[in-house]
Design a protein around this ligand. Structure first.
Ligand code: SAM
Length: 271
């Protein structure tokens, strides 16, 4: 029932919604210090759940909007915060049009203790709305945070690292153990800060082509790059770009992928 209180103590965590509720106050305080909400901020929280973080944003920022898929939890929040300045969308963040939230010229700050099962597609979805985003702070599976922040030649370096690095500066901020949640997840978690780059000095001329080349390269990350990309580039192309054709996908820098994509773009467009 819309706007009607539910007894939140009886809420059984729904696995399909990735519900692991934050309950450790010291960790919550640490997260808030990292995010450092400012009164002028325009905040969006994804997956507020029972409000572990939401509670602290209310009254601290000028605009707060939250997106929660679980109808019971969304209704609980609507009732609990009926007299507060908050807009609650009962919706799927994966399909949500974040750009429609940018009503002022001020860019959005996005936060969330995300459901781990959708974190990668959600990150890609959010990157499509990067023009209206200032920064994002997320609790994610630690392994995903390591991938987001990884550098070439590191074990966790992959497609996600390259794509994220192209658009954002990524920084791991805090380790969070399973005991901080109820129910406890089976994996370690961490907080990542993703700051959208205002200017990308070395741009890919065709983002789709860039994304396609990165995806293809990492489909066989340990193979020699000239083999994996042989339908797109010749050995001569690699030589012209000063990229060792014997490298593996995990050894190339973001700038190498941009160079490959732009070379192919120019070739296609006879430039
Ligand atoms: N923020 C709360 C906390 O820290 O205790 C809850 C975090 S819990 C890990 C993830 C939350 O995201 C749940 O409340 C879940 O219902 C919600 N959720 C799951 N899938 C979602 C989706 N596609 N869109 C929006 N919210 C979603």
């Amino acid at each position: 029932m819309e706007n009607q209180s539910i007894n939140i103590d009886n809420h059984i965590a729904r696995k399909r919604f990735g519900q692991n509720f934050l309950e450790n106050q010291a960790i919550i305080n640490n997260i808030l210090q990292i995010i450092a909400p400012n009164i002028t901020d325009h905040f969006i929280e994804i997956g507020p759940g029972k409000g572990a973080l939401t509670e602290y944003f209310i009254d601290k920022v000028s605009s707060l909007k939250v997106i929660e898929l679980d109808k019971d939890l969304a209704n609980h929040l609507k009732h609990k915060y009926r007299n507060k300045q908050i807009i609650i969308y009962q919706d799927d963040a994966l399909k949500f049009d974040f750009t429609k939230l940018a009503t002022t010229k001020q860019k959005l700050r996005i936060v969330g203790n995300l459901p781990y099962n959708i974190s990668t597609p959600l990150l890609f979805h959010l990157l499509e709305h990067r023009h209206i985003i200032k920064d994002m702070h997320f609790m994610l599976q630690k392994e995903v945070v390591l991938r987001l922040c990884a550098q070439p030649k590191q074990k966790n370096y992959g497609r996600l690292s390259v794509m994220c690095n192209y658009f954002c500066d990524a920084l791991m901020m805090l380790d969070v153990p399973p005991e901080a949640f109820n129910p406890q997840p089976k994996v370690d978690s961490a907080i990542v800060r993703l700051t959208i780059k205002e200017n990308i000095p070395n741009k890919a001329k065709d983002l789709k082509l860039f994304a396609h080349i990165v995806k293809t390269a990492f489909s066989q990350r340990r193979k020699i790059i000239s083999n994996t990309l042989k339908t797109i580039f010749t050995l001569e192309d690699f030589n012209k770009l000063n990229i060792n054709y014997k490298s593996r996908a995990e050894e190339l820098r973001v700038s190498d992928y941009i160079a490959l994509a732009n070379y192919q773009y120019n070739k296609r467009n006879n430039k």
